[in-house]
Ligand binder design. Structure first.
Ligand code: DP6
Length: 407
């Protein structure tokens, strides 16, 4: 029997606290500013990908959640696959004549997200990171995650940050060929284990503007973006990196919220304007602002930081000791359908079946800052924490059947 060349890997989702918004090169995906994100735990949200190379495969093929996705010539997907083949050829085959030339074989790739696309959570970051990670194992590439991030970046900009766990910076770089536009780890997962996240999945019927086209329009039309790139982001990158290293939640929270606000401000400053947040998103901001105000008035510090990507979902970063109180506050305004709340980290223990019985606002909280919404306005809450980078998985987790098509 001839050997099977196959590898399976999983990769995490990341949510930026300094937002990437704007490209200086749309083909190579080179950003107009550096960005920084927190990697979320793959135990809860992940993409898994299996890649196999075989001399008998007639063409490169990819299946996403079991459905074939065409690999169009010149597409981001095609670029990532051909760049990985090029690396294999360069760093392995030229040096070891005994190895079979598997870079010349076609590949079959199956990818699966363990969270519904309908949740509106970006799957392109974890998806491209898992693709690149699985090909790196298939090709036995002795390269660093930063090197792989150069390739994942060409699939989707934010994907380059999912090659690391913990706290990750995407350095914009200055080279026109993009050789220095890569991800680096600011601090590992274990550095700040108390950091957790509560994702509020907000109902959204409208088809929003995609990140790719939205950010290009912002680059072309927003004067505020130019100010952000030049004067705001460089200083924030420095300050938030330092805050992370010092586990300074006050500074982390202030910068995170300011940067989310500014990203949505440049979206609004785009011609025609782009709106990603809705009334529910804005109500969650009002709750977090009041929650922090109360804590500070009582002599404490910031307890929560909201951030929003190109959609209405809120991601709330907070330390473990405050997460339960925040979840109770959110369900007070956004009742959940009993049974929908998945208490993966055991926030409410056995009482999680109907999370609404835990609804509670802190003493002294000004309840008039937002109205109470109907069931379904926030259609799900995901409680998670900081996670690790891509994982190599065993053959038992392969998504491809022996025949080379998805199981
Ligand atoms: C708002 O990485 O999805 O989430 O590079 O065009 O694929 P492309 O865009 P994408 O943009 C992400 C934008 C963001 C902010 C961020 O993640 O930094």
């Amino acid at each position: 029997m001839s050997p099977v060349y196959q590898a399976t890997a999983s990769a995490p989702v990341n949510i930026a606290v300094i937002k990437y918004w704007g490209k200086r090169d749309t083909k190579l995906i080179l950003p107009t500013n550096s960005s920084l994100s927190v990697t979320l735990d793959q135990d809860h949200l992940r993409s898994t990908t299996t890649s196999r190379a075989d001399a008998s495969f007639e063409r490169d093929q990819l299946w996403l959640n079991g459905k074939e996705d065409e690999i169009k010539p010149g597409s981001r997907l095609a670029t990532c696959i051909s760049e990985m083949k090029r690396l294999r050829k360069e760093v392995v085959e030229d040096k070891n004549l005994a190895e079979p030339k598997i870079s010349q074989y076609n590949v079959h790739i199956a990818s699966y997200n363990n969270f519904p696309t309908a949740a509106g959570l970006a799957s392109s970051a974890s998806g491209f990171a898992a693709l690149v990670a699985s090909l790196a194992h298939l090709y036995a590439l002795p390269v660093s995650p930063s090197t792989l991030s150069l390739i994942a970046r060409q699939g989707s900009g934010s994907a380059c940050r999912s090659l690391f766990g913990g706290f990750v910076a995407w350095q914009m770089g200055s080279d026109a060929a993009g050789t220095d536009s890569l991800a680096v780890q600011v601090a590992p997962q274990e550095h700040w284990p108390q950091m957790q996240a509560l994702i509020c999945v907000v109902s959204d019927d409208k088809k929003g503007t995609s990140s790719t086209s939205g950010m290009q329009r912002t680059v072309e039309t927003s004067p505020l973006l130019q100010h952000r790139i030049k004067y705001v982001v460089p200083e924030r990158m420095e300050r938030i990196s330092k805050a992370i290293l010092e586990r300074d939640f006050d500074t982390f929270a202030t910068i995170t919220m300011a940067d989310s606000n500014q990203f949505h401000a440049v979206a609004l400053d785009t011609e025609p304007p782009i709106f990603y947040m809705n009334d529910v998103s804005r109500a969650i901001i009002a709750l977090i602002v009041e929650y922090n105000r109360l804590s500070i008035a009582n002599g404490g510090g910031y307890k929560a930081a909201y951030t929003y990507d190109a959609g209405p979902n809120a991601v709330i970063y907070a330390l473990e000791e405050n997460i339960k109180e925040i979840a109770q506050l959110i369900v007070s305004y956004f009742p959940q359908k009993p049974g929908e709340f998945k208490d993966v980290l055991g926030l409410f223990g056995a009482g999680a079946a109907d999370v609404n019985v835990h609804a509670k606002v802190p003493v002294g909280f000004n309840e008039a800052v937002a109205k109470k919404f109907e069931v379904g306005a926030v259609k799900g809450l995901i409680h998670t924490r900081v996670g690790d980078g891509p994982r190599k998985l065993g053959d038992e987790e392969s998504l491809l059947a022996e025949s080379g098509v998805p199981k």
